[in-house]
Design a protein around this ligand. Structure first.
Ligand code: LLP
Length: 441
């Protein structure tokens, strides 16, 4: 196996191997056969990696803290089959829309294990949540609090809520995915007094029960220190508030944002590093401030699903501009993975039918969408690519399909789950008929 293949196979799903045909295999399934049977672009999820990530986060946090709930952030990617696996692994869900709640409901997910987030929840969505008996609504602003109180009162229900705070900590993420700072659309800022006011209103709202506080700093955080800073700010605030109001912090939800390794040379902190710093900060501060230990909720999305998913594309044409670069075109791109143009996200890739072969040329992998920014990977060294070769891109489980579009009226890919040599279709490829199904004329 070439050095390069050896280095990058580690960012692929845990079951990734190179078989005797020199093909990349996932969970014993030859990816070239998968591409033949299901077509391309194809998203392949490895059940073993997914389950192991759920177990790793659950185990590492439970090792250092006594009362932990791991709520998977559906926005990273959700469908009924995946949500069922997460339920089997004991995870809760963080849903951010009526659509995500409906995926969970459709899959028979218990509503008491779902948190409902969002900065502009509609009345319909709040009614959906209440009528489905959702466990917790994470209230983001004053308007939502009033609306939820009224809707809960109409139903004679007491709804458990958390309040989303903005602790004003910079997590050093891409500016598009930084949330816990003052100038953000999310949450009640602490420093302006709005967080205190929100607590006072929540306590007065007879149909809301204030279970605790939430913050989410951004995504992905390659550093652990911002969690420590934010926990200090939020716990000191909670301690001050509990002296003036009838409020005990039963639950502290520190959000998600745990990073994953996309590139061979850019490792991410392991679950244990996040767990240790988060648990230590809560344990030390609650003891200093003489507060009871809250239940800890974490909301990993990317860290649970990212590595489990890969994308398979078929190479088509190419274009060499002498002295400038060689483009290789694939049959997907920004419609199924907007992350490179949107965040300058970088990915590794492997030619799946030449998996162990040494790199021979530097190429830029471009998609087929009608936009110059539709570049999947700029300047990557790969074996020489021929028309029909299969390009595998790792760490595509999170925020690729979830943010996919039908730009140029291309069809969204098929999605499969592989386990022990078997491949199961989780979502069929779209058809042209799907694309005009909602149109009336
Ligand atoms: N909890 C809340 C309240 C969130 O807003 C998010 C992500 C998460 C949890 C999960 O974060 P994770 O553990 O997956 O990092 N589209 C961007 C990421 C946007 C994240 C939005 N919120 C990307 O492709 O990088």
């Amino acid at each position: 196996m070439s050095d390069k293949s050896q280095r990058i196979i580690r960012v692929f799903p845990e079951t990734a191997t190179i078989n005797h045909h020199n093909h990349l295999a996932i969970a014993g399934c030859d990816t070239i056969e998968l591409a033949e049977s299901f077509g391309t672009p194809l998203y392949v999820f490895d059940e073993t990696t997914l389950r192991n990530k759920c177990r790793e986060y659950t185990r590492e946090f439970n090792r250092v803290y006594s009362d932990v709930t791991v709520a998977y952030a559906c926005k990273a990617y959700a469908n009924p089959a995946l949500v069922t696996v997460l339920h089997e692994e004991g995870l809760w869900l963080d849903a951010v829309s009526g659509g995500e709640m409906n995926i969970a409901r459709f899959a028979g997910f218990p509503p008491e294990k779902v948190l409902f987030h969002g900065n502009n929840k509609t009345q319909d969505e709040l009614e959906f949540a209440l009528d489905w008996s959702i466990g917790r609504v994470v209230v983001d602003n004053f308007r939502e609090m009033g609306l939820l109180q009224n809707l809960a009162a109409k139903r004679q229900r007491i709804q458990q809520v958390l309040l989303r705070l903005s602790p004003e900590v910079d997590p050093h993420t891409h500016s598009h995915t930084t949330t816990g700072v003052l100038d953000s659309k999310f949450g009640f800022p602490i420093s302006t007094g709005q967080a205190e006011e929100a607590i006072a209103i929540a306590i007065r709202s007879s149909n809301l029960r204030l279970a605790g506080l939430h913050f989410h700093l951004g995504s992905p955080l390659f550093e652990v220190e911002p969690y420590e800073q934010a926990i200090k700010i939020v716990l000191e605030f909670a301690s001050r508030i509990s002296r003036n109001y009838d409020f005990t912090l039963d639950e502290l939800d520190v959000g998600g944002g745990f990073a994953v390794q996309y590139l061979a040379e850019k490792p991410a902190p392991p679950a244990s590093a996040y767990a240790e710093v988060i648990a230590r900060s809560i344990l030390e501060l609650t003891s200093q401030l003489d507060m009871p230990l809250p239940r800890l909720i974490i909301e990993p999305g990317r860290a649970i699903i990212g590595q489990a998913g890969i994308a398979l594309y078929r190479a088509g044409g190419n274009k060499t501009i002498q002295g400038v670069r060689k483009y290789v075109f694939v049959d997907g791109g920004m419609g199924d993975n907007i992350r490179p143009p949107l965040y300058d996200a970088r990915y590794e890739a492997m030619v799946a039918n030449k998996a162990a072969s040494a790199p021979e040329e530097k190429v830029t992998i471009a998609g087929k969408f009608c936009e110059s920014g539709d570049i999947l990977i700029r300047d990557i060294d790969l074996p020489a690519i021929q028309d029909g070769d299969i390009i595998a891109v790792p760490v595509c489980g999170a925020y690729c399909l979830a943010m996919s579009s039908n730009y140029n009226a291309y069809l969204k890919p098929a999605v499969i789950l592989v386990s022990e040599g078997q491949a199961k279709l989780m979502r069929r490829r779209e058809t042209y008929a799907d694309l005009v199904r909602q149109d009336l004329f």
